[in-house]
Design a protein around this ligand. Structure first.
Ligand code: NDP
Length: 485
């Protein structure tokens, strides 16, 4: 092992590593081998309290600093992350099993992008002046206070930064609880922020399962909760946050449609379908897992797709040539395999893959089903694995109605050479994040998030500032005050 995967301690609170072995042990498993590579302990109530106390104290001073000062620290952290990209990518691969080929260009790099973007924006966060005759109102854009981030396991570094960077830029303090499956990477984000000059207490990491997340969400000292997770967890966390009238951002699951029209560039559409179904072994929330292909090009599309899947290099995720790694956990692999069995039982045509791969680690084949119909379970439920469902269509209005016939609304994509059709379809999608002739790009400059059951609020871009700050109006009267008596 080229880097030490056992962290100094389980938690990072008030600028330093903190341990409390009274918390239940959580074993961290390397998905490529099934080996235990680290053990951390779930936060006890004392640890949660320590994090909240530190965050509450530190936030006031941080909010009093200028945006330029806050931003400088975030930008310095971005530079450090980029310098350490190699080691951070290896750790991300140990934590998640995603191939180094991906982690070296996606995870710490996109985390650094968020720190740099929001660091640059911190100084531009201002209120406005509203003239009312002689009187006037000015607004102050103020931080919310203590923000809790709760992460999923698929992008542990990126999620820690996507939530942390805008929150800190706006003058908040952060407590981040990673998924118990991937507890390692967020600790490195905390370390780097402190090294970059972030005052102690502003970015804390506490480990644990859902109960630790729940105890944070219900604490009266917490002002905002941002969750990346599944829809069922989202419902619970949103309801708990509502009880305390807290702000929320919910980045939840999806079953997103990708529509490939008969005039599409087939090679690009196949590339989009690969990115939207098999990157990170299919464990991406915005994946376009319902691929509607016009019947005129269906067989050509499937043939080329199968050919391209044959080029996937499945194996050791640390090998830079590997392009398809294991699933994050045995459980997640079993969930995906169970859906494959359901697809076969419901009569979908298995075109490619469909099996677990023998050996250590949680490997399974990238899988394609064709002749999938709208009512099949594999077309309705989020699988969160490398299982693509290809559905037929002939008519635009019909396919749009079918594409939108889902409780989810995270993402959607269209492949066509017809300019007006592309924009008409994008406008018709009931989804927060849409793609024309591409799929799954997520630059920090663009808002990212869902509609319907897929979420509330937006991450990234200027839109995130709205979700990590609040507006105060100050009315200023220049003349005398008139009162009725
Ligand atoms: P989960 O919903 O199971 O968990 C998400 C996080 O919430 C974990 O840290 C979990 O802790 C925690 N949690 C669970 N229950 C509670 C609770 N009652 N109160 C507070 N926190 C709780 O999701 P997964 O980790 O399995 O991630 C996969 C899901 O995430 C998929 O559905 C996917 O679509 C979605 N996702 C969405 C993204 C988006 O941006 N829209 C991006 C990536 C993933 P623990 O796991 O430790 O128990």
């Amino acid at each position: 092992m080229s880097i030490n995967t056992q962290p100094t301690a389980s938690h990072f609170i008030d600028g330093q590593y903190v341990e409390d072995t009274a918390g239940a042990p959580i074993e961290v498993i390397y998905p490529a081998t099934g080996e235990v590579i680290a053990t951390v302990h779930a936060a006890t109530p004392a640890i949660v309290d320590q994090a909240l106390t530190a965050a509450k104290r530190a936030q006031r001073e941080w909010a009093a600093m200028s945006g330029t000062e806050r931003g400088r620290i975030l930008r310095r952290a971005a530079d450090i992350m980029r310098e350490r990209n190699h080691d951070l990518s290896i750790l991300e691969t140990y934590d998640t099993g995603k191939p180094y080929q991906e982690t070296s260009v996606v995870d710490a790099t996109s985390g650094a992008d968020a720190l740099e973007y929001f660091g640059g924006m911190a100084a531009t966060i201002t209120g406005e002046h509203i003239q009312l005759g002689e009187d006037w109102v000015y607004t102050r854009r103020e931080p919310l206070g203590v923000c809790v981030g709760i992460g999923a396991w698929n992008y542990p570094t990126q999620i820690a930064c996507w939530k942390g960077a805008p929150a800190l830029a706006c003058g908040n303090a952060v407590i981040f609880k990673p998924s118990e499956t991937t507890p390692l990477c967020a600790l490195k984000v905390a370390e780097i922020l402190v090294e970059a000059g972030l005052p102690a207490g502003l970015y804390n990491v506490v480990q644990g399962l859902g109960d630790v997340g729940a105890s944070l969400v219900t604490d009266p000292r917490v002002d905002k909760v941002s969750l990346t997770g599944s829809v069922p967890t989202g419902r619970k966390v949103y309801a708990a946050a509502a009880e305390g009238m807290k702000h929320v951002t919910m980045e939840l699951g999806g079953k997103s449609p990708m529509i490939v029209f008969e005039d599409a560039d087939i090679e690009n559409a196949v590339s989009g379908a690969i990115l939207g179904n098999f990157y990170s072994s299919g464990q991406v929330c915005s994946n376009g897992t319902r691929v509607f292909v016009h019947t005129d090009i269906k067989e050509a599309f499937l043939a080329r797709l199968s050919e391209r899947l044959g080029d996937a290099v499945i194996g050791d995720p640390m090998d830079p040539d590997t392009s398809f790694g294991p699933m994050v956990s045995k459980r997640q692999m079993e969930i995906a395999l169970d859906y494959i069995a359901k697809g076969e039982a419901e009569g979908a045509r298995l075109v490619y893959g469909g099996k677990a791969i023998e050996g250590d680690g949680f490997y399974m084949q990238p899988t394609i089903f064709a002749d999938v119909t709208d009512d099949m379970v594999i077309a309705r439920e989020e699988i969160f694995g490398p299982v693509m469902a290809v559905l037929d269509f002939t008519d635009e209005a019909d396919v749009m109605a079918r594409a939108n016939d889902t409780e989810f609304g995270l993402a959607a994509g269209v492949f066509t050479r017809d300019l007006t059709r592309a924009h008409r379809v994008a406008a018709g999608f009931e989804a927060g994040t849409c793609y024309i002739n591409t799929y799954n790009d997520a630059p920090v400059e663009a808002p990212f998030g869902g509609v319907k059951a897929s979420g509330v609020g937006r991450e990234n871009s200027k839109a995130a500032i709205e979700h990590y700050s609040q507006v105060k109006s100050v009315y200023v009267r220049m003349g005398d005050v008139e009162a009725p008596f």
